[in-house]
Design a protein. Sequence first.
Length: 202
Amino acid sequence: MSLAARLEELGRPLVEEQLCHPTVAGIARGDLDAAVFRSWLEQDYLFLLDYVRVFSRLAWQAPSAHLGDLVDLAHATFHDELALHRSLSGAFGADLDGARPGPACVAYTTFLLDAAADYGDGLAALYPCMWGYSRLGALLAANPPAEPRFRRWVDTYADPEFAALARRIGQMIDEAAPDPVRAERLFLDGMRHELAFWDVPT
């Protein structure tokens, strides 16, 4: 079993925990309180700005064969994911420019930026976000919410192109061959940050 496959195996129970979280369950039903989603949207917008910085820090260390991959991932995050948040912000009354990061956002981005000081460690630490959201999107898309705003969010992360980006990270992890024990620890810490992130400040 490859290291990326091992990480995914470890992560599946934590994806199931996310599916049971009230915020995710509300998205799945399409009846999540708009104020909760607005707060999550603001926090995730701030998170993604630093996520771009994580990709950029890893790109500086990447072997030439994967420099373009990480630049592409930074570009997709900055232009596609952040565009989704901006387009949803009006529908939910989110103040993306005026938002301030809550404790979960600060803890998660600090963790990722610190881990990205090492190429292999950084890839393992960020994999929960790429792979985890791809899994969530696919699972939620099996019975998508009728509410169009939440359906759009689900469709974004269920998109096969997003899944392909996640697979690229998995391949890069296997090629980088970080210490597996440390990689597992960082991956599981990242999965726990993912779960905590759904406890949005209101």
